[in-house]
Design a protein around this ligand. Structure first.
Ligand SMILES: *Cc1c(COP(=O)(O)O)cnc(C)c1O
Ligand SMILES: [Zn+2]
Length: 567
């Protein structure tokens, strides 16, 4: 059971200053530290700091508590998961948004605003939408429409800002002060919502875990869970609290580093595929540190490769496809197996894998297109490509050498590519070999190239404009074409298209440039989406030189487009 109460105080964590929620719902007005709700009395029910509590309009069932049978057997421990991705928007943040939005309504706010491109935006937008209060979501200019699709469907007002995420955050804070708007995010009333986790766990008879593994970004969820356990203990509902484990990616670990240094750290830059925990300034660091100290817990980091491996393992062994952030618990467990052997451990699987399928696409080799010919299919299955594709996940990034049994023609084409690349003084890394082989395998060998680029030159002009000159062979005839563009890729494509459009008209709908390694001579894969009226084609090129890869992709795309239109 849950109860609403007004018998509480809002105090800051650092100095215990008393604050009024009419004045602030984010930071202490005296010292700027984070706030916490302290109830006058312990209670048997979960207490929410509201005058009146509406039941959750969207949550239909508690998130499942599930034994991980196969992983338990493999690693010799009692392993469980709480499937927090079962929440209405696919993420635990709904626990917090449910309370935060009701607080905004109670305080008479005219709208809610926040800066987020991910799960927070989706969740706040969903509850704001249901409770019928407008929601403003501030996002950086480069945010893709796919990333904010959930917020969009829930009628959020998307405010796209020139600049990066911190620019958005600062502006959103100003916006909140410019009117009677409630600033949502990792603040005190969200914590009150998210503390329901251990209460729910208790109802599922999960009161005897030794360890709880939490993926940590800002630390709000970790702090909230520990607060819930503490309130349960104070009310006498539990006698012992579990040890709390905080995990972060090695490349985004201000909280874990701070735990060891015993002071809050702010990072200049964080960079991890586990986007949901990429927080450079972890606002609730002190709440995490308190939870670890009081519970005698610990903090760990894991590498990007370990994240990839555990992500895959959870899907393959237990059937749960989650976001990369949810792979942190299993990865940390495996790295410290001696500590956790025979213990009862709970992994919090915070969000759904369907939130960001790009991660999977990025770390998998795509499958080639085969002619509709049964021999081609049989040869393909026998070639070893599929095994290479599977092995290339995660661990392979620096240890795997592809040993592919290509047919003769593809092999010849592959060797041509490699010779061209070697001529530029570059040797391919294993990862690059895999990507190149995948690209070649996708290639139609019977293409006829209507246009070939014989030579090209780009020059920088005043005001950042770029001029490109291209020497082309168009159906046997040599021509020189020139064009200007806002960047070299734009300029060179314009110069080529100025001549090829009379042969076959192609729009460039999109280009993506994927640089495979941090080295200066990395292989670059360029993917072009080309269109003529309603038809679209995708074509790829690969070279250590970006423009070379662009040219390859375009001339190949032209050949593909013309072939498919002729037949
Ligand atoms: C927000 C989020 C986290 C991190 O929670 P914090 O409260 O920022 O520590 C972890 N996983 C997912 C899927 C999230 O959306
Ligand atoms: Zn204070």
């Amino acid at each position: 059971m849950a109860s609403a109460t007004t018998n509480y105080e809002l105090r800051c964590v650092a100095n215990g200053h008393l604050n009024s929620e009419e004045e602030t719902t984010t930071y202490c007005t005296q010292c700027d530290s984070v706030l916490r709700v302290y109830y006058d009395e312990p209670s048997d029910d979960i207490q929410y700091p509201l005058k009146e509590l509406k039941s959750d309009p969207m949550k239909t069932h508690p998130s499942a508590l599930k034994k991980l049978d196969r992983l338990s057997e493999t690693y010799g421990a009692d392993l469980w998961a709480k499937l927090e991705f079962e929440h209405p928007t696919g993420c635990f943040k709904d626990r917090g948004s449910y309370i935060e939005v009701q607080k905004a309504l109670e305080l008479g706010a005219e709208a809610i605003c926040l800066a987020s491109t991910g799960n927070m935006a989706a969740s706040v937008a969903a509850y704001a939408c249901y409770f019928k209060i407008p929601c403003f979501v501030f996002v950086p200019e480069k945010t893709t429409d796919a990333k904010i699709a959930q917020a969009t469907i829930y009628n959020a007002n998307i405010i796209r800002i020139k600049g990066d995420f911190s620019t958005c955050e600062a502006l959103c804070r100003k916006f909140a002060k410019s009117g009677n708007y409630y600033l949502a995010g990792d603040y005190v009333f969200r914590e009150e919502g998210q503390k329901s986790f251990p209460y729910e766990l208790l109802e599922q008879n999960g009161d005897d875990f030794d360890y709880i593994f939490v993926p940590v970004g800002c630390g709000t969820n970790f702090g909230a869970i520990w607060k819930g356990f503490t309130e349960l203990k104070e009310s006498g509902k539990i006698s012992k609290r579990p040890k709390m484990i905080a995990i972060q990616p090695e490349q985004s670990s201000p909280v874990v580093e701070g735990i060891f240094k015993k002071e809050k750290i702010i990072k200049k830059q964080v960079n991890t595929m586990a986007q949901s925990v990429a927080a450079s300034d972890p606002v609730d660091f002190h709440k995490v540190m308190l939870g670890i100290e009081e519970s005698d817990g610990s903090a760990y980091t894991v590498t990007e490769d370990e994240i990839l491996n555990s992500l895959k393992e959870m899907a393959v062994e237990e059937g749960h496809f989650t976001e990369p952030a949810c792979a942190l618990p299993l990865a940390a467990f495996k790295n410290n197996i001696d500590t956790f052997k025979d213990k009862k451990c709970l992994f919090i699987l915070t969000g759904s894998g369907l939130k960001d399928t790009k991660v999977v696409a990025k770390h998998s080799l795509s499958s080639p297109v085969l002619s509709p010919d049964i021999d081609k299919v049989t040869n393909y299955i026998k070639s070893g490509f599929i095994e290479m594709q599977k092995d290339s996940w995660g661990k392979s990034r620096d240890t795997f050498i592809a040993n592919l049994d290509m047919d003769e023609d593809h092999e010849k084409l592959y060797n041509e590519y490699v010779a061209k690349i070697n001529k530029r003084g570059k040797t391919l890394s294993n990862n690059e070999i895999e990507v190149l082989q995948s690209l070649i395998f996708n290639e139609d060998l019977d293409l006829e190239y209507p246009a070939e680029v014989l030579d090209y030159k780009v020059t920088m002009r005043k005001h950042g404009l770029i001029k490109a000159a291209v020497k082309l062979d168009i159906q046997g005839e040599e021509v020189i074409s020139e064009a200007k563009g806002v960047g070299p890729i734009d300029a060179i494509l314009s110069a080529i298209r100025a001549e090829t459009n009379s042969v076959f008209h192609l729009e460039v709908k999109n280009h993506e440039v994927d640089i495979l390694s941090p080295d200066t001579d990395s292989l670059v894969v360029v993917t072009l989406t080309l269109a003529n009226n309603d038809q679209e084609w995708v074509s790829k090129g690969a070279s250590p030189d970006t423009l070379e890869a662009v040219i390859q992709a375009f001339t190949k795309g032209l050949a593909i487009a013309m072939k498919s239109t002729v037949t």
